[in-house]
Design a protein around this ligand. Sequence first.
Ligand code: ZN
Length: 441
Amino acid sequence: MSTGNYNYADAFAKSILFYEANWCGKDAGNNRLPWRGACHVNDGADANIDLTGGFHDAGDHVKFGLPQAYSASTLGWAYYEFKDTFVKKGQDKYMLNVLKHFTDYFLKCYANTTTCYYQCGDGNTDHAYWGPPELQTTSRPTLYVANTGAPASDVCGDISAALSLMYLNYKDVDLNYANQCIVAAKNLYNYAKNYKGLSQSGGFYTSSGYWDELAWAGIWLYVVTNNNSYMDDINSFMSSKGINQYYQYHWTHCWDDVLGGVFLKLAQISANDIYKTIIEENLNYWINSVTTTPGGLKYINSWGTLRYTAAECMLAEVYYKTSNNPKYLNFAKGQIDYMLGSNPMNMSYEVGFGDKYPMFPHHRAASGWSQIETDGQPEKHILYGGLVGGPDQSDNYKDNIEDYQHSEVAIDYNSGFVGALAGMTEYYGQNQVPENISELI
Ligand SMILES: [Zn+2]
């Protein structure tokens, strides 16, 4: 296949680096970005448990449950599907470092077979602070914990999926650690299945359901164990969700809804043809019928729209692996090219990629100042690899740090983007080389 229009390998490498900017914990200064250091080293102390680690959610520093778990499972899935490309481009060590930081945190959160902590920090208190995470002194309550009285099947299902994927991705690196992950994945799955309920977030990430995350967890346990009881469970979850003969799915894989991944994997591993019909209808809907901006962007939401389109590109590329139908790959290439510069603004929406990109992503650590800069004062650091929310429905983008609906970045935004860029690198970037990160920062 011919080389594409952009250095996908470079966009791919930078998209992984973004996670080092959002790294939380005592070791946040031990990665590649010299401007990051230890932060939030007392997380969990109010609950007498060590909950340091994990990742800041977005331009803020809360560790929310659903987006954290979704990001981890989606990144793990990206690695699982495109491992060769991570290795070939020298990104496997960086990606595994990030994935292990997620699962180290989840193993701390998962206190016993019916207890899993899932939110550190309060959205309102945290958002009132502007400044580097290293200097933050506002309180960080251990706000939400799943237990028998207050279950959170959505978050626990997604964490289980992330841990199963870590088993698959890490068993050849460190089998002991991988085994720890799979034991926790099974226990969390059983807990989430037996005690059903929705997670909380203080209104910032309101969950709409848990059947999808339970099925997502079941799928990865089935992949690990080949045990048909998981497939039986999945069929029952699907029935509970009302998915029997046919189901019209026009959304995409995201922090609240992992049915995109569920349908796609079931299309690849289940004997039931219905899942193939559903995912192909979903992809065709995105290709032919979804709202499209004049500049060609598939657009389903006004808040951080690129995250959805990037995730749909990842689905299209993973489905291309087994369908070999070029229309799916062409769709993804068109959309990713838009994000990297083929758009009416003639700019890249990935910070630090190309010649023109957002200079004011809504991100406290990159800003580096003690109050939000509104006078054109540059941010102190370049937030390499962060995918901003993106343009409005008319392809316009204001490079404004306060316009967080469009200019913010987030760990969930970048997760589908990493997967999509891994696929683009695999199919179009065989001869491409990422820029040398150490020379940039
Ligand atoms: Zn932190």
